[in-house]
Design a protein around this ligand. Structure first.
Ligand SMILES: [Zn+2]
Length: 179
């Protein structure tokens, strides 16, 4: 198996042995819907239930910034992120997932963003961005509480957050007041 093929198979959401590409899951979900409409067959049925549980738990909003963009009724720019990476044993469960916008998913996977044991957002001191956009969308998040999950839904598990903090998050977090 070449590296391109291996990379393409990393961190996929699974259910009952059926896998769909991890990113962008919502686009694939939407495509599956459209395909169902077109030819009567939904290709991603196996992952749909897990996705729906996670995205419903977070009410189709980025848990870091609250972004909830849609095209018509279809969410766009929102993704289901594994906290403990799938390729490293992370389960496909609501307790191991976060609903994130595309930017914050990228920064979470790169270790710029994390979540502390009080369910507040961590921003790495190694992240540098002086533009108003970088401050607004990244550094200003330090110390903010997560948005969601809704009451009754299980929050992300402390064990998976701890794994992410140790294995993915870069360096020391910024103080909550450093905006
Ligand atoms: Zn976001």
């Amino acid at each position: 198996m070449d590296w391109l093929e291996r990379a393409a198979k990393l961190r996929q959401w699974t259910r009952s042995g059926t896998r769909a590409p991890h990113k962008p899951l919502l686009l694939l979900y939407a495509l599956g819907r459209f395909q169902a409409d077109a030819d009567g067959g939904l290709r991603y049925t196996a992952v749909e239930k897990d996705l729906q549980r996670l995205l419903t738990a977070y009410e189709y909003r980025c848990t870091f910034c609250g972004y909830d963009g849609r095209i018509g009724a279809v969410p766009v720019g929102l993704e289901a992120a594994h906290v403990r990476w799938w390729a490293l044993g992370g389960p496909d469960e609501v307790e191991n997932g976060l609903c994130l916008c595309s930017l914050h998913h990228k920064l979470f996977d790169k270790g710029v963003l994390g979540v502390d044991d009080g369910q507040r957002i961590l921003v790495s001191q190694r992240f540098v961005g002086h533009s108003p956009a970088a401050r607004e969308h990244v550094t200003a998040l330090a110390g903010r509480p997560l948005i969601g999950p809704q009451p009754g839904a299980r929050p992300v598990a402390a064990a998976h957050l701890d794994w992410h903090a140790r294995q993915v998050f870069h360096g020391e977090p910024r103080p909550a007041t450093a905006v």
